[in-house]
Design a protein around this ligand. Structure first.
Ligand code: SF4
Length: 359
């Protein structure tokens, strides 16, 4: 039997499950404490918990479904982990060092069906959604890696921007967020968590209604439908006007700022004209939006896209600034390893395949 990861349960679900098996709520708190504060890696290390309860947990759950397959470390301290899941699938997780703390970029699906034309991850279509436990375990594995280094470092920020579309795995992603912000667990500040969507409009409304106070980022990448459809085919289903309505709803409902992600692709969407158009789009919500300009990391598979030159990036940035738009050029991480999202995973899958053919 394939057991579920214990990390997939919120504290409420764990309390309820143990309650159904005759255990008082404090047992759930104890288990929770062992998982997220003591950060044990086996049930048998939960020494204050009675043997019958340990047996029950061991019979029904696993505490480790992810195995480290490849780890790449960059000179700037970025670490890329390639984890192997129980079913053999590979997923990518990235630890990044910033002045303000340590952030982890997590994956929510095995592959992705959105098919953005610039993305290495989207080349491999979705095999399945990750369970909430598999998403939580990415953070826990990185935290265990930090614990082992003995420097007392802690994951302080999370970006749900790895492989997959988080809003296409909505329930599991929401449980993951609840587990991450739980005050008795890792207690990651909700303002330190960002969920990024390619723009699944109905889920943007739902996310606003659920109202977990984490940040939302929208991958826009173009200021009009013609260009956006060329770059992101999802724009056919959810065009720019619908996205703008959803953004307005989100801002009104949550009173929170939304981040707009814009990957700069040389001679595609990086002209001053597009910057002017983009600024016009957000003119009436300058205080509630923030535009992240992202220099593109070229991947072999998408040779039609190149990185914008520095001059164009700065001209784009200046145009937004002159129009009063809050924006910044995103700092890059791990440029001496496979920096683009999904690049390490797609290379490793190819390598594993080549090896199995030659062996
Ligand atoms: S950019 Fe994100 S949503 Fe688009 S294909 Fe890649 S993983 Fe999927």
């Amino acid at each position: 039997m394939n057991k579920n990861s214990i990390y997939g349960l919120t504290i409420e679900q764990l309390t309820e499950w143990l309650g159904q098996h005759g255990y008082k709520p404090y047992r759930a708190s104890q288990v929770w404490n062992y998982l997220y504060r003591e950060r044990v890696t086996t049930f048998s290390e939960m020494v204050d918990i009675k043997a019958d309860c340990i047996e029950l947990l061991t019979e029904n759950f696993t505490i480790q479904t992810l195995r480290e397959h490849v780890k790449q470390e960059a000179s700037d301290g970025t670490v890329k982990f390639l984890f192997k899941l129980n079913d053999g699938n590979l997923i990518e997780t990235v630890l990044m060092r910033h002045k303000y703390g340590l952030s982890v970029c997590v994956t929510t699906q095995v592959g992705c069906n959105i098919g953005c034309s610039f993305c290495a991850s989207g080349l491999l279509t979705k095999t399945r959604d990750l369970s909430s436990g598999e998403i939580v375990e990415q953070i826990m594995n990185v935290q265990h890696h930090l614990d082992a280094a003995g420097e007392g470092e802690k994951v302080s920020h999370i970006v749900v921007m790895g492989i997959g579309e988080p809003f296409d795995n909505f329930e599991n992603m929401i449980d993951f967020l609840k587990i991450m912000i739980d005050q008795k667990g890792l207690a990651i500040g909700s303002r330190h968590i960002t969920v990024s969507t390619s723009g699944i409009v109905n889920k943007m409304y739902e996310f606003a209604d659920v109202n977990i106070p984490v940040n939302l980022a929208l991958s826009l990448h173009a200021p009009n439908n013609e260009l956006r459809t060329k770059i992101m085919k999802i724009n056919r289903a959810f065009p720019v006007e619908k996205l703008m309505d959803a953004i307005n709803y989100y801002i009104e409902k949550t009173n929170r700022r939304i981040t707009i992600e814009y990957i700069l692709l040389k001679d595609v969407n990086d002209h001053v004209e597009e910057a002017v158009e983009l600024a016009a789009l957000f003119q009436d919500k300058k205080k509630k939006t923030y535009i992240n300009l992202i220099p593109y990391n070229p991947v072999d598979e998408h040779s039609q896209y190149q990185r914008s030159d520095q001059e164009s990036v700065l001209a784009f940035y200046d145009t937004l600034k002159k129009n009063g738009i809050n924006c910044k050029i995103r700092q890059e991480h791990g440029t001496d390893i496979d920096a683009a999202c999904g690049q390490l995973r797609s290379k490793q899958i190819k390598k594993d395949k080549d090896q199995s053919i030659t062996s």
